[in-house]
Design a protein. Structure first.
Length: 60
């Protein structure tokens, strides 16, 4: 009972980058939360729009 690779389908690994629809859905969730008054979502939108880092790490 040997199995060959030609008879069994190859399993693909997990996708590393999100799809365009996933990115669009994430933006919509952030905008919706900001519209509802979520301060963190508003700050995230501003940081992303200005291409600023969201978290600042203090130098030691």
């Amino acid at each position: 009972m040997s199995t060959s690779s030609s008879t069994s389908p190859k399993v693909r690994g997990r996708q590393h980058k999100p799809t365009r629809s996933e990115v669009a859905a994430a933006w919509e969730r952030i905008r919706s939360a900001a519209d509802q008054g979520d301060v963190q979502a508003s700050a995230l939108l501003i940081a992303l729009a200005e291409n600023l880092p969201v978290l600042q790490v203090e130098a030691r």
